[in-house]
Design a protein. Structure first.
Length: 283
């Protein structure tokens, strides 16, 4: 099987791909942007794609989930990856010698408190964490650094100046793996992701939530996102503790649809396992 991801080899997405494959033979392909990644799935260049959708420190990763609103794709697996950010340079140097640090915007945000201790270091965004490591390796400037996982430093034969620099020592990213939709599976699943747009009359959101409650469907995640071309109108990404095969969820979605709402079932899957945090020490 072929799994697509955003970035280059050594990114956290490649760790998620390995966990998703779970010992099966697979090929992974990196794409420059999430948009190109989604297009690769639509064009059948890959069988699955990995999308980071939420981080325990910085929250929802909106630029990925917004791509999913209206697509005929299906989320089939949820994978959690522990994020252990490290400060990485080409060769061992002192912290006081570092002039610039590069990384993905999400990683920089997740290390904000640590980086703010060093006002002499200029913080600059890069398209992905492992790509920043690769760029630093190829640069003649030995005073620049990157933020990525220690596994990326090992892959590119780089030096780790400081490990575990995330503001939250329990930093974790949730990934969803998507495939092209061929009809939603009726196999047993215990979690579903949905995208719903209702009208914006008074009480419409409350009515939506009431329908789920009346059908004993427990919501575990709710986020509003702007609807394109409808200023100050919003749709909702919702995760529920129920598979699409369950009668309660089916009845709830039928009622919501009957009221004229747009409903996209992004997928049903078995709930992912959150990593163990035993032995983690705060930075």
């Amino acid at each position: 099987m072929i799994i697509g991801y955003q970035g280059v080899e050594g990114s956290y997405s490649t760790v998620a791909c390995k966990n998703f494959a779970d010992g099966e033979d697979y090929e992974s392909r990196g794409y420059l942007t999430f948009k190109l990644l989604v297009e690769a799935l639509q064009n059948d260049e890959v069988d699955y794609i990995a999308l980071p959708v939420e981080n325990s420190t910085s929250g929802p990763i909106t630029r990925t989930i917004d791509l999913m609103k209206y697509l005929e794709v299906e989320a089939i697996s949820e994978v959690y990856v522990k994020i252990d950010h490290a400060l990485i340079t080409k060769n061992p140097i002192e912290l006081s010698e570092i002039t610039k640090v590069y990384s993905h915007p999400e990683a920089l945000e997740q290390c904000y408190t640590y980086l703010s201790q060093y006002p002499n270091i200029e913080v600059l965004e890069f398209q992905d964490t492992a790509g920043a490591v690769q760029m630093v390796k190829e640069s003649p400037d030995e005073t620049i650094a990157s933020i990525a996982g220690s596994h990326a430093a090992n892959l590119y034969d780089m030096s780790v100046i400081r490990e575990n620099i995330s503001d939250n020592p329990l930093n974790t990213t949730r990934f969803l793996f998507f495939k092209n939709r061929n009809g939603l599976s009726s196999d047993f699943k215990d979690k579903s992701s949905l995208y719903i747009e209702t009208d914006h009359s008074t009480g419409s959101l409350n009515e939506l939530l009431s329908i789920f409650k009346e059908n004993d469907v427990n919501l575990v995640y709710l986020m509003s996102r702007p609807i394109q071309n409808k200023p100050f109108s919003y749709g909702f990404f919702i995760d529920v503790e129920s598979g699409i095969q369950e009668t309660g969820l089916r009845n709830a979605l039928d009622r919501i649809t009957s009221k004229g709402a747009y409903v996209n079932v992004l997928g049903s899957f078995e709930r992912g396992k959150i990593p163990s945090y035993d032995g983690i020490v705060e930075n």
